[in-house]
Design a protein. Structure first.
Length: 233
């Protein structure tokens, strides 16, 4: 607000193109440049903080962030500040241009996590102890997960268009997002197979416990003798 008032005062006081007015404007500009130079470090650190926030929004990996070498500069100059401002503007533009992809990717990951959690709960024997609220919540979450195929279809379409336009993969934490989508499906199928094998093993163990013992089994003979001894006493 202070700068706006100062600018307004300049406009009101310095009118015309006379030499005194031009000299005064030059003096004011030089003063601002001097102030900027004294605060270069603060400006650069501020831009680095903003960069951290926008890199996170763009799901950058550490390797992607490290490609901006000026971030690690230990000296502070106009050139370093300008590089930070250019990088910050570039990241902002990238995010805003592909904002819908980031939103879909976030929703896709969120729903897959819900789906995996639901499958785990299905195989949890204790889940039925709280049949009321828990089962109702599961049903709502399962309904939300039905949106996954539509989200995946739109996401794949956008990622394919990006590949055609840029000749590059759309990166998501350093990996092609289109591969991340596939890996999540593979992970889900692997988890389902694991749960299936666990159920088979559990059923086999239960059947083994319930089946009658072989009379020739020494443990069975000892048990029989014990029963006979007890009845004869």
């Amino acid at each position: 607000m202070k700068h706006k008032n100062t600018l307004k005062e300049y406009v009101e006081e310095l009118i015309g193109f006379t030499k005194p007015v031009i000299d005064q404007l030059k003096n004011n500009l030089n003063s601002m440049k001097d102030e900027r130079r004294t605060k270069l470090k603060d400006f650069i650190i501020e831009n680095r903080n903003f960069l951290d926030q926008w890199w996170t929004k763009c799901c950058y990996s550490d390797n992607q962030c490290a490609q901006f070498k000026a971030y690690g500069a230990v000296y502070y100059s106009e050139d370093v500040l300008e590089l930070h401002e250019i990088e910050l503007e570039s990241v902002k533009m990238f995010y805003n241009k592909h904002k819908h992809i980031f939103q879909l990717a976030e929703r896709h990951v969120e729903l897959w996590k819900h789906l995996l959690k639901l499958e785990e709960q299905v195989h949890d024997k204790n889940r039925l102890k709280n049949r009321g609220g828990q089962l109702l919540l599961e049903e709502k979450e399962r309904y939300s997960c039905q949106k996954l195929p539509a989200i995946k279809k739109e996401l794949i379409s956008l990622l394919t268009s990006y590949q055609h336009e840029t000749g590059k993969d759309f990166l998501y934490f350093g990996s092609p997002l289109i591969e991340t989508v596939t890996r999540m499906e593979d992970k889900y199928e692997a988890a389902k197979e694991n749960w299936k094998q666990q159920r088979i093993l559990q059923r086999q163990n239960e059947e083994a416990l319930q089946s009658p013992r072989d009379p020739r089994d020494p443990s069975a003979s000892r048990s029989t003798r014990s029963c006979r001894y007890a009845s004869s006493v």
